[in-house]
Design a protein around this ligand. Structure first.
Ligand SMILES: O=P(O)(O)O[C@H]1O[C@H](CO)[C@@H](O)[C@H]1O
Ligand SMILES: O=c1cc[nH]c(=O)[nH]1
Length: 246
């Protein structure tokens, strides 16, 4: 069945899907890393491509910014047959431990957003990454010698509401950085029996308008994408790979 937003035909989306917020990053990933990449949708600039990486079919699908858009995309991808969703995004560092362009592999996302609140009817819940995806990403980061951190992120709605003080408070609770989509992707994936993960490269400090220099961030994004793709290859060759419910 055709979807309202992710306008792909059945069979056009691969079981493994990378999810950048930014459509330009989606195109860059497809053109740089995937063999035989073909664009299956550009509707609403939610660009989606499918190709292969080391023989494994992989899609890259733009989520847009924020949980409302990310939740729509995750839901429609599940209807289109996706099984493993891995966000490849950017994040604002909440602690000096996270250096510019460092990779942050999320174990879970503090849900400071309205989308998960609505989906859950206000019930308390901990949107979490799938252990297998975290494990594969950490192992890939070690193999590729990508500087990385593993732990909590905070997902928020209001990019400009966060201050350095807010970041310090949440860093004291173990949050490494803030981003805007992970909680919704983790929750929708859990509800639909999919696996999910979230990898991010640090683009700035929370509350600081100064972005990491373009070339430094581009190198961080390149490392993040290569880690995500290596993780996918490992997951695809693991005996337990495939749809899981927990
Ligand atoms: O770079 P992306 O993947 O878009 O991620 C981050 O950047 C956007 C905000 O600038 C939000 O989408 C946030 O989550
Ligand atoms: O949500 C985000 C993403 C990147 N940088 C931020 O400051 N916030």
């Amino acid at each position: 069945m055709n979807q309202i937003h992710v306008r792909a035909q059945p069979g056009e989306v691969a079981p493994y899907v990378l999810l950048p917020g930014d459509p330009n990053r989606a195109r860059l990933i497809a053109e740089t890393y995937l063999q035989g990449a073909r664009e299956y949708t550009s509707h609403r600039q939610l660009l989606g491509f499918t190709g292969t990486y080391q023989g494994v079919p992989v899609s890259v699908q733009t989520t847009g910014m924020g949980c409302p858009s990310a939740a729509i995309v995750a839901e429609e991808l599940s209807r289109l047959g996706a099984k493993t969703l891995i966000r490849v995004g950017t994040l604002g560092g909440a602690t000096p431990k996270v250096a510019p362009a460092d990779l942050v592999i999320a174990t879970a996302a503090v849900p400071n957003d309205g989308t998960t609140r609505q989906l859950l009817g206000g019930a308390p819940y901990a949107p979490a990454a799938s252990f297998e995806v975290v494990e594969a990403a950490v192992q890939a980061a070690r193999r590729l010698e990508a500087p990385h951190h593993v732990g909590l992120v905070m997902t928020e709605d209001a990019f400009y509401a966060s201050t350095p003080e807010h970041a310090r408070l949440w860093a004291s609770r173990g949050v490494l950085g803030f981003e805007m989509e992970a909680s919704a992707i983790f929750l929708v994936a859990a509800q639909r029996g999919l696996r999910a993960g979230c990898l991010t490269a640090c683009s700035n400090d929370i509350g600081d308008p100064q972005l990491v220099p373009d070339d430094v961030l581009a190198a961080g994004v390149d490392r993040m994408v290569r880690v995500a793709l290596e993780a996918i290859v490992a997951l695809a060759s693991a005996p337990s790979s495939g749809p899981v419910s927990g």
